[in-house]
Design a protein around this ligand. Structure first.
Ligand SMILES: *Cc1c(COP(=O)(O)O)cnc(C)c1O
Length: 385
């Protein structure tokens, strides 16, 4: 088994052992990789605070490790909040980053001491004022994140800059603390320049609120978007850190506000390997050129981000020798459950039913996206190595 070089020989050994003992599919998660990524992010942005986006991988062990490293947490629901509080994380280290929330949820967060809320609409802001009085709010702005991002998070979230200004004025009038602006450039963002445009937008909002309304914002939440190692090349993380820091300094010169980052994918993605088994190999006719390889992992038990072939995971197998391109599909009775058909992965011709196929960099958005029992298949299990 060949693994990316950030996995230690020990980890490789452990994954091999797990593969013998446990039924596939499962995710093997190496917490030392999470720790390395966290340290790297901290070093790249020494003046920023990290709020881990729990949805990327909500495993208790991941939360515990990041909490012990000093991470803060970006939370989207009361259930996630309970989970993180269980590890003794103080409410000051938590932000409620979901702009779509029930009133009861706002109250729930407030009662547990959370005082930092995202918003992007008047109705939500009024709810925050009522159920979390006096809290600090940051307004999420729309970005052009569909450009360059393999998993866009735009359109649904954020408002335009004009409305961001109005919401902050309203926040003050409602007795809230107009605190900052957030954006998310889209997940797995390969175009670093998108941050430049987003930061420039934020700067305009800061300036207008200062000059026209005497409101001085204190924080920029730059969201996530940093990459994991998939097939499509990205710049090294240090280039991201260097460029984004330069954009901030160009726009804010000496007065760079408090900076929050909300990484999900980049912290946990490369820490995971899904071990799967080949269920079937077939051709659709006696003259068909391509082989179909069906694995016991598919779109509904962990690989939903292959929809539209958006995320292209690196793949390996337990065999060697000459390779041929194949179509890769999952085990369920849904014809949507085809991971890769246009981008065909080469796999060894010697590959047989029962062999293992490894899906690298699958630590993010896999277990958390897995269905409960579609066709009876259980949610994706994980083991810490
Ligand atoms: C999902 C999400 C993130 C994490 O994004 P990644 O691209 O996985 O780093 C950060 N912030 C918010 C508000 C999110 O919804």
């Amino acid at each position: 088994m060949k693994l990316p070089e950030y996995f230690s020989p020990d980890a490789v050994q452990r994954i091999a052992e797990l593969s013998e003992v446990h039924e596939t599919p499962f995710l093997a998660l190496d917490l030392s990789v999470v720790e390395t990524k966290y340290t790297e992010l901290n070093a790249g942005f020494p003046n920023a605070e990290i709020f881990y986006a729990v949805k990327a991988n909500p495993a208790n062990e991941v939360i515990e490790r990041l909490a012990s490293l000093g991470s803060n947490f970006d939370i989207a629901s009361p259930q996630e909040l309970d989970k993180v509080l269980k590890f003794g994380v103080a409410p000051e280290r938590i932000s409620y980053g979901n702009t779509i929330k029930k009133r009861s949820a706002i109250r729930y967060f407030y009662e547990r001491g959370v005082r930092l809320f995202a918003t992007d609409s008047e109705a939500d802001l009024c709810n925050i004022a009522k159920y979390a009085p006096g809290s600090s709010v940051y307004v999420r702005v729309l970005t052009d994140g569909s450009e360059g991002a393999d998993w866009p998070l735009s359109r649904k979230f954020g408002c335009n800059p004009e409305m961001a200004v109005e919401l902050h004025v309203l926040a003050r009038d409602l007795g809230l603390d107009p605190y900052g602006v957030s954006f998310h450039v889209g997940s797995q963002q390969r175009d670093i320049d998108v941050w430049d445009g987003a930061i420039a937008k934020v700067k305009v909002i800061f300036d207008r609120l200062n000059s026209e309304h005497d409101i001085r914002l204190k924080m920029i939440n730059m969201g996530g978007g940093f990459p994991a190692n998939y097939l499509q090349k990205t710049n090294e993380f240090c280039i991201y850190a260097q460029e984004i820091t330069r954009f901030l300094q160009e726009d804010f010169s000496e007065e760079v506000p408090r900076i929050i980052l909300e990484p999900g994918r980049s912290l946990v993605g490369d820490a995971g390997v899904i071990v799967s088994e080949v269920v079937l190999i077939s051709r659709k006719s006696s003259t068909a050129l391509e082989r179909w390889v069906y694995t016991d992992i598919g779109m509904f038990n962990g690989l939903i981000e292959t929809v539209g072939e958006s995320i292209k995971y690196p793949i390996g197998s337990s065999r060697g020798g000459p390779e041929e391109e194949v179509i890769l599909a999952g085990p369920t009775c849904d014809s949507m459950d085809i991971m890769y058909e246009n981008h065909m992965y080469p796999l060894p011709l010697s590959l047989e039913i029962g062999d293992h196929v490894y899906w690298y960099s699958t630590g993010a958005y896999t277990t958390s996206y897995s269905s409960i029992e579609f066709n009876g298949f259980p949610p994706l299990k994980y083991y810490i190595i």
